[in-house]
Design a protein around this ligand. Sequence first.
Ligand code: CIZ
Ligand code: SF4
Length: 303
Amino acid sequence: MNEKQAQILRLKQEKNAVIMAHYYVEDDIQEIADYVGDSYYLSEMATKVTEQTIVLCGVSFMGESAKLLNPEKKVLLPEPEADCPMAHMATVQRIEEIRDIYKDNVAVVCYVNSTAELKAHSDVCVTSSNALKVVKALPNPVIYFIPDEHLGTYISRQVPEKKFIFNDGGCPIHTMITKEDVQSALDKHPGAKVLVHPECREEVTALADYIGSTSGIIDYATASQAQEFIIVTELGVMYELKRRNPGKAFYPTAAYQICEDMKKVTLDKIISVLEQDREGLQMEADFMDKAHAPLKRMLELSR
Ligand code: CIZ
Ligand code: SF4
């Protein structure tokens, strides 16, 4: 453990804080975090921890979700500028237009990778781990899926009985990966299993041996008899994959997929956010109630 990591462990004790980190942040943060996981796991854990302060190492929508699920807790984002571009790729105006057309038939299903503003206008949230279960459990025959058209398309294929309306949005990191990028990794490592996140384009999921969330990918590789894997999601997951599977080999695609926003969070920024005793994320009470409702419904429907 380095000096900065040790300082964070001292500070978090002093401040009664818990450190939560997404799989896509830097390894040195994952090493010292109390909880590391995907957005579903982090939002579930946020409802369970007893510490008064949550330091959320990830992009801003993850901090917002932690705050919405814990209005009475202090939620600190070490780097508030770390933002997910996809989180902004839908509009309230379009949601209202769709509601006008489809009335009660439509459910607005919002991937958690979205701003609190979009959540506040949605019926239910989903993550890549629970989207299928939640969409199937909804009584509505029409689904407006925001903001990610790729995850939406992937889910729609498995729920043919519902009509899906897609939105023009997607993760720049997962969508930059092409089938040629995956193929060139396969040419170098024939026989490797291809593990793909459903935020990827359909031409890429078509090449997959397994499609699932980041924790799904990690669990699949850990349980598998195979020894080599091509990882088709953000490369932060390599830390946990190698930690759990020291004997196995994991390769990126030729696109070398890195989310720059996730990498903006650093040990130094965690230290300063803990030292400075900042106020933490604030949102209006009425707005919080509206944005919390779809997250709460997600947790209920996915249990
Ligand atoms: O792409 C992301 O930001 C993902 C996969 C988040 C999550 O954990 O669902
Ligand atoms: Fe957003 Fe994509 Fe980064 Fe995830 S990997 S935080 S979806 S930009």
